[in-house]
Design a protein around this ligand. Structure first.
Ligand SMILES: [Zn+2]
Ligand SMILES: [Zn+2]
Length: 242
């Protein structure tokens, strides 16, 4: 309801009319593809083999035998799989902040469609769980970008999107400028897991940076009885995950 009101009140939330007829990235006309021309859409796909656990790019020859990077073989992250479209490089550093901070909410279905094209569908999770924002931040922003992406992704993949499993019970300072250790401390006691019957879920976030949020949530989901936690995101930054 609030979202609908804000969408009416604020032109910042974006509408198809803002973009009709020209590509969001290169501004050439693109009547057939909404938002992006087919050339830019192609440029957004990154298709090299990636580590199953941290999504770091792997050399071609390595994927066949061991689909894990050396770092994850020595010290695996808590989740069972990380799937992303690619690295946080052009044009994603332009697209994702537009969605988060400029409220261009129509980018969410676009990014969800791109992510759906990249997901390995061989062992689908029972639910997609968007990483929640604290209600105050969500109210302030008018939407949760992870939830917007998850809702479209749920429709494309026919996997239910569950926005009630994880509650953010404490607001945390924004993590953007914090180190990995500070991020972990910042997140302590921030979430609560509702009762459930899941065994396998996919956590969805827009970008995985240090993996502090995804790691903390994965540990809580494991403690609540879920055995397989995947993390799905649009991009990973090229820093090492902790
Ligand atoms: Zn274009
Ligand atoms: Zn790895």
């Amino acid at each position: 309801m609030l979202k609908r009101l804000l969408a009416k009140a604020s032109p910042l939330l974006g509408s198809h009319a803002d973009w009709q007829g020209s590509c969001l990235l290169c501004h050439q006309s693109c009547d057939n593809e909404p938002l992006l021309c087919s050339w830019c859409r192609q440029a957004l796909h990154q298709s090299q083999p990636r580590c199953r656990l941290c999504a770091a790019p792997l050399p071609e020859y390595q994927e066949e035998c061991v689909p894990l990077c050396g770092r994850c073989q020595r010290r695996p992250p808590p989740w069972q799989r990380l799937q992303v479209i690619g690295d946080y490089q052009a044009p994603y550093p332009m697209l994702i902040p537009r969605l988060k901070y400029s409220g261009q909410i129509l980018l969410a279905p676009l990014l969800a469609r791109l992510l759906a094209d990249h997901l390995d569908g061989s062992d689908p999770p029972e639910a997609i769980i968007p990483v929640p924002l604290h209600w105050w931040r969500q109210w302030w922003r008018g939407f949760n970008q992870a939830e917007e992406i998850a809702q479209t992704l749920g429709k494309i993949t026919a996997i239910p999107c569950d926005t009630r499993l994880i509650n953010r019970i404490r607001a945390t300072p924004q993590q953007t400028k914090l180190t990995a250790g500070q991020r972990r401390r910042n997140l302590r006691g921030a979430f609560h897991i509702a009762p459930h019957q899941y065994h396998h879920v996919a956590l969805l976030d827009d970008v995985v940076t240090t993996g502090a949020t995804a790691g903390q949530l994965t540990r809580l989901l494991h403690e609540s009885g879920i055995t397989k936690v995947e993390v799905w995101a649009i991009c990973r930054t090229q820093r090492h995950l902790k």
